[in-house]
Design a protein around this ligand. Structure first.
Ligand SMILES: [Zn+2]
Length: 333
């Protein structure tokens, strides 16, 4: 899987210098200033082209861009992004991008893709860099299966860090601010509009945070069982505990003893609801729910919208409000 780039594209050893992991939230791929990009855009009358990876990156960018930029999401509707990889067409989009927005960690293909589709003027933002990331799995967690998980971890978990920051309305604001900075860097002529749009969206995220904080303050239970470990930041923010059936990537098969652990935990805590996801087969969650006589509810990790959600004009805020209702219901039974 990691060798896709060698199969599909001629790999070039002469690649642009990519500066990453520094304290700056955005990076350009050369030492050239961002000014020529903006100037070129103004001269040609072309809109800024912002290429993003999966849904929350698209939505946040779109909210900030407003009418001043063309925003493209690479991962299609209904597709789970953890194992998605770009096609040749996606690589062409990436090459032409003035700004490229990705979350980080979820998109393991990005560093090689940026080298292959080199573009010296492109501004790249790894939005989760604006947040101090948590370790995905503990050495030895409270259920005592840290060691075997370490042996069976998948490639995302090898990174060790949990990428799911967009699911915390407080941390999402930091991602929005990082994306805003990148748009301003690439297109300073529209700085005021990007700033105004970002401020307005951050205000909405603050309202969402208030709803979560008040809605989850007095719930009867604090533990919730999820399909994959997507809700650790949200849980921490609102004083809850997430018990995931599989790891940081939803396709990772849980070991049978892990299933047994979750079932034992659910029985001990008399859990009444098992949460499952929209883009992943709910078989395992249903099996556990049946075993303990619990209900199942959707808790959407917003790694992509379904066609149905898109048809119903649901967006990040809309889905998050549904998540809050599901949590309140599940945790009050
Ligand atoms: Zn995930």
């Amino acid at each position: 899987m990691k060798t896709w780039i060698h199969k599909t594209l001629a790999f070039t050893a002469v690649s642009a210098l990519i500066i990453s992991g520094c304290s700056a939230k955005t990076t350009t791929e050369t030492s050239a200033s961002a000014a020529p990009t903006a100037q070129a855009n103004q001269e040609s009358g072309k809109k800024l082209k912002v290429v993003t990876t999966f849904y929350p990156m698209y939505e946040f960018s779109k909210q900030i861009a407003g009418e001043h930029a063309e925003v493209i999401g690479l991962v299609p509707t209904g597709v789970e992004p953890h194992d998605w990889e770009p096609s040749a067409k996606d690589m062409a989009q990436l090459k032409e991008a003035d700004v490229f927005v990705y979350n980080g960690i979820v998109e393991g293909w990005v560093p090689k893709a940026l080298e292959s589709a080199a573009n010296s003027k492109r501004v790249v933002v790894e939005a989760s860099k604006a947040v101090e990331l948590m370790e995905g799995l503990h050495e030895e967690d409270e259920h005592g299966h840290g060691k075997e998980e370490k042996e069976h971890k998948d490639e995302h978990e090898e990174e060790g860090l949990d990428p799911h920051v967009w699911l915390d309305p407080v941390l999402a604001q930091k991602e929005v601010a990082a994306i805003q900075a990148a748009l301003v860097q690439a297109d300073p002529a529209h700085k005021d509009a990007y700033t105004k749009n970002a401020d307005a969206y951050i205000a909405k995220l603050k309202e969402l945070d208030d709803l979560f904080r008040s809605g989850l303050k007095d719930v009867k239970r604090k533990d919730f069982i999820t399909q994959h470990a997507a809700f650790a930041y949200l849980a921490k923010q609102y004083g809850l505990t997430q018990v995931p059936i599989s790891g940081l990537s939803p396709e990772a098969e849980p070991a049978p003893d892990k299933m047994a652990e979750v079932i034992k935990f659910a029985k001990e805590k008399t859990v009444k609801t098992i949460f499952f996801e929209t883009l992943v087969d709910p078989k395992i969650a249903s099996t556990i729910a049946k075993e303990i006589g619990a209900k199942t509810e959707v808790l959407n990790p917003l790694e992509g919208l379904t066609d149905e959600e898109k048809k119903n004009n649901l967006d990040y805020i809309g889905v998050m409000k549904k998540n809050l209702e599901a949590l309140k219901k599940g945790l009050n039974e």
